[in-house]
Design a protein around this ligand. Structure first.
Ligand code: TRP
Length: 375
């Protein structure tokens, strides 16, 4: 029996079969031909691509066509501010920075504060405002170029966005949103309108440049339904179709099969960007699901299973050195490396990553205005 899983912008659960998801969503696998074309432009491939962490796309070939012609395109991504940033959020942003550096392009970063207000019963606008400006520090800490990065809150940039959102909304029927997002009669009408606001930044490149300008959206695959709507509307408003490049989900410490993707609402099993080294150590030692054997003796004899081990999964995301990674895989599988040793490596890798992130986050505190797009 095929396993059950759910992926929507509002819910990700179950053990995801990404090959099946590609078919379900009607997106395409990032194949070798496309990766070769990308490598030609970038001079190298980010390890997220080699390890299939970014694994699928829509219309990415049109972005490479634009790059071939030396045309400018934009990047666009976003973060709805409902709580602190965790390691999973950082994955698409790290990839955005790599693309920004390699292609020397502008990034639009949407903070849809109204999204969380509308979809979350208990969040007030005071809460979402607070989290927005906290999260912006983590975004800046990723290392984006302030001259080429524009961050905006929907409620603050609404004077520019609203008319465009209405143009989008006018082309989307209620029945289309119902079938795309599974809305019912009990959803509030703000939730139904919201997708128009998430579409607008895909058109801002053309609006800002005053001519058709392509847009590439790096994000986790759960956001894709919004951009199907965007592309339904794009030709009707005279804009090019928007492209997406899509990543998998970083699992929570208990693993995809037990708790799904990393989530800010499950504190113990989530590593936040602001966690101290001791906290990271404790969380991983205590909660990281292990592919090791019951006893040391048995582990030495039969070996561990890195494929289900969450510490190992994290290394595939955060340890860039592929040779080292392979060695760890082999040593763990053969039984030469014990779970405690694997966890220690993961703790060190994450803590050295976070040490630098947190230093840049501190510096970001007086750089916010350099990045904000004000209406
Ligand atoms: N809806 C996203 C979230 O829940 C936020 C978001 C807005 C976004 N625009 C985006 C994410 C574009 C990726 C790409 O976090």
């Amino acid at each position: 029996m095929p396993k059950k899983f759910t992926v929507t912008p509002w819910e990700v659960s179950g053990e995801i079969d990404y090959d099946r998801l590609i078919k379900q969503f009607g997106v395409k696998a990032l194949d070798d031909r496309l990766l070769k074309r990308l490598e030609k432009h970038a001079g190298e491939l980010h390890y997220f691509l080699k390890r299939k962490i970014f694994f699928s796309h829509t219309y990415f070939d049109t972005i490479l066509d634009e790059a071939d012609k030396k045309h400018k395109f934009y990047l666009y991504t976003g973060r709805a501010p409902s709580g602190p940033v965790h390691m999973g959020h950082l994955v698409p942003w790290i990839f955005c920075k790599w693309l920004q550096d390699k292609f020397n392009v502008t990034l639009l970063f949407q903070i849809p504060d109204e999204e969380k207000f509308l979809f979350n019963e208990s969040l007030t606008f005071e809460d979402t405002h607070k989290w927005a400006y906290e999260n912006i520090l983590d975004i800046i800490a990723v290392g984006f170029d302030p001259k080429k990065t524009k961050i905006f809150l929907d409620t603050e940039y609404a004077n520019v966005m609203y008319k465009h959102a209405c143009r989008v909304a006018k082309k989307i029927t209620f029945s289309t949103t119902k079938s795309t997002f599974g809305f019912t009669d009990s959803n509030n009408i703000g939730e139904i309108f919201y997708t128009a606001m998430q579409s607008v930044p895909a058109f801002l490149p053309s609006i800002m440049e005053n001519k058709p300008t392509y847009c590439l959206i790096p994000c986790a695959i759960d956001q894709q339904p919004h951009f199907f709507m965007t592309n339904d509307v794009a030709p009707k408003l005279g804009y090019p179709k928007t492209a997406t490049i899509l990543c998998r989900f970083l699992p929570g410490l208990q693993g995809m099969h037990k708790e799904g993707k990393m989530s800010s609402s499950i504190e113990n099993t989530t590593i936040f960007a602001t966690d101290s080294p001791e906290k990271v150590r404790d969380k991983i030692n205590r909660y990281a699901f292990s592919g090791g054997r019951e006893t040391t003796e048995e582990h030495r004899k039969k070996g561990g299973n890195p494929d289900i081990d969450v510490s190992y999964q994290y290394l595939t995301y955060f340890l860039e050195d592929s040779k080292k990674l392979k060695q760890i895989y082999d040593d763990y599988k053969s039984g030469k490396m014990l779970t405690g040793e694997l966890k220690k490596i993961t703790i060190d890798v994450i803590n050295s990553f976070l040490k630098e992130h947190q230093a840049r986050r501190e510096k970001a505190k007086n750089q916010i205005e350099k990045f904000m797009l004000r209406g």
